[in-house]
Design a protein around this ligand. Structure first.
Ligand SMILES: NC(=O)c1ccc[n+]([C@@H]2O[C@H](COP(=O)([O-])OP(=O)(O)OC[C@H]3O[C@@H](n4cnc5c(N)ncnc54)[C@H](OP(=O)(O)O)[C@@H]3O)[C@@H](O)[C@H]2O)c1
Length: 293
């Protein structure tokens, strides 16, 4: 059975929320997944699991049959660019009219200062732009800033346990993007009549470690200190969780740039495209504290 909107990376942090949002809006939606039984348990009723693997080109081509719009989302992986380019060509060949790509943070794709994954996203964006220029599809690139739930997901637990939390940001601030806003931008780009060619998603303001300590102190009604750590210590902590060497290098490249202020600029593109202000770090931390109370 074919679906109108197909989501790749549909069990991931962003993709799983996109699927939910589209299903709630009544769209015919499916997710391309490697393990359909596991995926179906993650989604609301009515979402179709379409078996496929980005490493299996034939399965991706089959999945595009009858689809009108597709979200291309794939993990931080050495094959990101070839997998995404192949999926975009499969979509265009199948007559998919709109291709939305979950891309990298804009500052990771700056010519001359790309991160490894930023360069892969830039290559995939160029491929999408070539398909659009050839009149083969419409294209939208969603460029999120550092994920709020990624870097700040553990600070509440750390602050509750020991009255302090560690980040490798130095004095820099970051306009973190809430994954729910990133998903909303993707869903909007998949469904809107005439979406813009690119939507940069950031939070409404940039915050740093010291700001977060003040927020947590108020929310937890106890002293909370920010412990600035070196990037090397952050990478050692990440290594201890079993991440691959490729992912650790990616995290190091990202942290070095965030520390230098690359993630501070605030974009108005989310509000222009989605029609509401993006979520704040304050609201996210308040929710996280309430959930742990
Ligand atoms: N984290 C950040 O701060 C940040 C900032 C900007 C941009 N980004 C970009 O966001 C993307 C990651 O998004 P995310 O965090 O939502 O993803 P995620 O949680 O890492 O999930 C990855 C998804 O890809 C699927 N997948 C993995 N290998 C696959 C394969 N061979 N074939 C088909 N599906 C496969 C996974 O499915 P399974 O269930 O099968 O494993 C999962 O659904 C990356 O491209 C990254 O560069 C991240």
């Amino acid at each position: 059975m074919s679906v109108a909107i197909l989501v790749l990376g549909a069990t991931g942090r962003v993709g799983s929320l996109v699927v939910r949002e589209l299903a709630a809006a009544g769209s015919s939606v499916g997710g391309l997944v490697r393990d359909p039984a596991r995926a179906a348990a993650l989604w609301p009723a009515g979402v179709h699991a379409v078996a496929g693997d980005l490493a299996d080109a034939a399965s991706v081509r089959r999945a595009m049959h009858g689809v009108q719009a597709v979200l291309i989302s794939s993990p931080v992986h050495p094959q990101l660019a070839p997998w995404q380019c192949q999926a975009m060509h499969a979509a265009a060949d199948a007559g998919v009219r709109r291709i939305v790509k979950l891309s990298g943070s804009a500052w990771t794709m700056r010519p001359g200062d790309c991160t490894t994954i930023g360069a892969a996203h830039a290559a995939a964006e160029a491929e999408l732009q070539a398909l659009v220029a050839a009149g083969r599809c419409q294209g939208v690139c969603i460029r999120p800033n550092a994920f709020l739930q990624g870097m700040l997901g553990r600070v509440v637990a750390e602050a509750q346990a020991g009255g302090r939390f560690a980040l490798a940001l130095g004095d820099a601030r970051v306009a973190f993007a809430d994954v729910r806003d990133i998903a909303a931008a993707c869903a909007q780009a998949l469904r809107a009549t005439a979406p813009p060619a690119g939507i940069e998603v950031t939070g409404p303001a940039a915050v740093g470690g010291a700001d977060i300590a003040v927020l947590l102190q108020r929310l937890l009604s106890r002293p909370v200190a920010y412990r600035p750590i070196e990037v090397a210590e952050a990478i050692d902590r990440a290594r201890a969780t079993g991440l691959s060497a490729f992912t650790l290098r990616h995290q190091q490249e990202v942290l070095l740039r965030l520390r230098a202020g690359a993630g501070e600029p605030v974009s108005a593109e989310f509000q222009a495209a989605v029609g509401r202000t993006p979520r704040t770090v304050d609201a996210y931390l308040a929710e996280a504290c309430a959930a742990r109370a």
